[in-house]
Design a protein. Structure first.
Lengths: 481, 175
């Protein structure tokens, strides 16, 4: 890395930004706000569905939506997961990745209308897909449930909306690059490739038999690790040093973290297929890759927690809204890596297989890590782009506590509840009805957590939308503060 | 790391290599699997599904049944699937060669269905199970919700067609 650092900037610290709204930011303000607002709208929709799904799952027999075909768990769960992933996760990272790489590469988005068009197409295709799921036209593979005609449209929309970070990287004026840039480039390039290949081999030209399941597991792991994971890691690498005003601890290890993460992530998928009728060597590769993923997890832990542990970093992070969310996410990522490696192993995996545990692992990555980091980023970026302040400090507190407690509650219910459920399922003398009885306490916790998350998201949306509406600064006028 | 082409090439390999090895590799190994007799001259398994069962699979997919039901029996030693009576032998890849899409599932809120057809007593029991104590009564018509709609009939035929209780070259049943 030393020979690359010719700019004289301290390593491990992102370049200083301008206090005023730069031309860079003025150019991307429009697309950014479109992505951000649609992300939050989808997040709200997903949270409402999350509450309904929690109600439907716990009490199939006597829930409030009993006998309602539209709201059967199969529909609601699929719609919720797709809206959360493609609606919130993608729109929000379109916005953040674009902003991040424009900042780091001093990139001026001249053709913002293309990104806006991409965002519009993405959201329209998503709306169509979700309506089709509720109408009963869903597929049988998680996160590929949309009718197959949606796939190519989403792929084109991604290229229009999500490819700009790579352009920004290519056009950056300095030779120096920063860890955040590598991760964002990886996310922006790996996802469209993965999505097109998965569409092809799962939906358009289905591979034979269980090979579909192998391809699907590969797709899901790439989507979660290389889109959510890599994008959120980029944000942590940016905001920690930026807000703390110091360099990343052990930054020289970051290239190793990047390459090991990118190279191992794609192999971890089949760990979700242990015991399934797929070749054993495929399953074993998944387990080994999950363990190898500990390399980048440990390095990022040294980078993030090391940085936070020096000179009172944790207490400063706690007192800064952005860093409070971001460091919550950083801790969650470390935890995710450990849980992922540990529960890949056959013995543990056999216990938690087919329980809620896998959903818990996914939430650990997509919510406790990526979403919390996104919230933190919003508290940093939005005031700069709108030139306004967050309208209510109270709502910020409500947002943090509701989402943090909701996330912890949901994780406990899914992970610990899943473990208990698995322990009972392993004993063939315990009937499914008995298992469900013990699980009902965890289901109640899940419902409460889902409501808490909804409350947090409403607080966030009120604050953010209030701020955007209040901001009178025209895009070209610059910031007045 | 400052060279975009190097970066993109690395990322491309990170996507392409696992795809090539895991997905194409599995396809090479399993792609030519077809129906086969357990012994020379015996009947071919898995059996072809009746047309109504194929329609029923579409109903199963469209209702999202896969979010609560798996269709795979793990080998003994990995969970209690065989002890629970979900199957008499572990599932093998050949069992799925006729299925489009393959619905292995990853969550068991309800029981595994890989062998449901083999253990269901009669059609009446299948319909009772589909109703889930009334939660899926919308698949039935009539005042008392006793008349099966076309979807319920197809779904029942599909569930009855689900069985992995035959010998296949990879998984022989003990006689």
């Amino acid at each position: 890395m030393t020979q690359e650092n010719r700019s004289g900037r301290p390593q491990g610290r992102p370049p200083e930004g301008d206090a005023r709204l730069t031309r860079t930011e003025a150019q991307l303000r429009g697309p950014f706000l479109l992505f951000f607002v649609s992300a939050v709208v989808w997040l709200l929709a997903a949270s409402v569905l999350g509450v309904i799904a929690a109600l439907q799952q716990g009490s199939l027999a006597n829930g409030p939506f009993r006998g309602c075909e539209l709201l059967t768990y199969g529909h609601v769960a699929a719609a919720q997961r797709n809206l959360f992933v493609y609606g919130w996760g993608f729109n929000a990272f379109f916005a953040l990745n674009l902003w991040l790489l424009s900042q780091l590469g001093r990139f001026e988005l001249r053709n913002g209308w293309l990104a806006t068009l991409g965002g519009a197409v993405w959201n329209l295709a998503l709306t169509y897909g979700v309506i089709q799921v509720f109408a009963g036209n869903q597929g049988g593979f998680g996160l590929l449930e949309f009718p197959r005609e949606v796939g190519p449209v989403l792929a084109v929309a991604f290229l229009l909306a999500g490819f700009w970070p790579i352009v920004a990287f290519a056009r950056r004026p300095t030779g120096h690059t920063f860890a955040s840039q590598w991760f964002v480039v990886a996310a922006s390039f790996a996802f469209p490739l993965t999505y097109l290949l998965a569409q092809l081999i799962v939906l358009w030209q289905p591979a034979s038999g269980v090979v579909q399941a192998v391809a699907h597991s590969w797709f899901v792991s790439n989507l979660l690790l290389l889109w959510f994971g890599a994008s959120a890691l980029a944000a942590v690498y940016y905001f920690l040093p930026k807000v703390l005003g110091r360099t990343i601890n052990g930054y020289y290890l970051a290239p190793v973290a990047f390459w090991s993460y990118v190279l191992f992530a794609g192999w971890t998928g089949p760990a979700a297929l242990l015991g399934a009728p797929v070749p054993l060597w495929v399953q074993s590769i998944g387990v080994v890759a999950g363990a190898m993923l500990l390399v980048p997890v440990i390095i990022t832990a040294i980078n993030f927690h090391g940085t936070l542990s020096t000179e009172g970093g944790w207490s400063r992070a706690w007192n800064d809204t952005t860093l409070r969310f971001v460091s919550f996410g950083a801790v969650a990522f470390t935890l995710f890596g450990v849980v992922n490696a540990l529960f890949g192993f056959r013995g543990y995996n056999a216990t938690v297989r087919f329980t809620s545990f896998a959903a818990g692992q996914e939430q650990l990555l997509t919510y406790a890590f990526a979403t919390m980091v996104l919230f933190g980023a919003a508290y940093f970026v939005l005031p700069r782009l709108t030139g306004a302040l967050w309208p209510s400090a109270k709502l910020v507190h409500v947002h943090f506590w509701a989402t943090a407690l909701g996330a912890l509650g949901a994780l406990a219910a899914l992970l610990i509840g899943g473990w208990q459920e698995g322990k009972q399922l392993a004993d063939a003398s315990v009937s499914l009805a008995q298992v469900a009885k013990v699980g009902s306490a965890w289901n109640a916790a899940l419902i409460v957590s889902a409501i808490l998350l909804l409350v947090g998201h409403v607080a966030f949306a009120l604050n953010a939308f209030g701020m955007i509406l209040k901001s009178s600064a025209p895009a070209s006028a610059g910031r007045h503060d | 790391m400052k060279n975009l082409n190097t970066l993109l090439a690395g990322i491309f390999l990170a996507v392409a290599l696992p795809f090539g090895a895991l997905v194409i590799g599995s396809q090479v190994q399993l792609g030519s699997l077809g129906r086969a007799p357990a012994e020379e001259g015996g009947p071919l398994f898995p059996s072809r599904e009746p047309g109504l069962a194929i329609q029923g699979r579409a109903v199963y997919v469209s209702l999202g049944c896969v979010s609560c039901h798996t269709q795979q029996v793990r080998p003994a030693g990995q969970g209690s699937d065989i002890a629970r009576g979900y199957g008499v032998r572990p599932s093998v890849a050949r069992d799925y060669v006729l299925q489009k899409p393959v619905l292995l599932g990853d969550r068991r809120v309800g029981p595994d269905l890989a062998n449901y057809g083999a253990r269901a007593k009669d059609l009446e029991a299948v319909h009772a199970a589909i109703k889930h104590d009334g939660a899926f009564a919308f698949l039935y018509a009539g005042d008392k919700k006793t008349v099966a709609t076309e979807r319920a009939l197809a779904l029942a035929a599909y569930l009855q067609s689900l069985r992995q209780d035959y010998s296949s070259p990879e998984a022989k049943l003990k006689q």
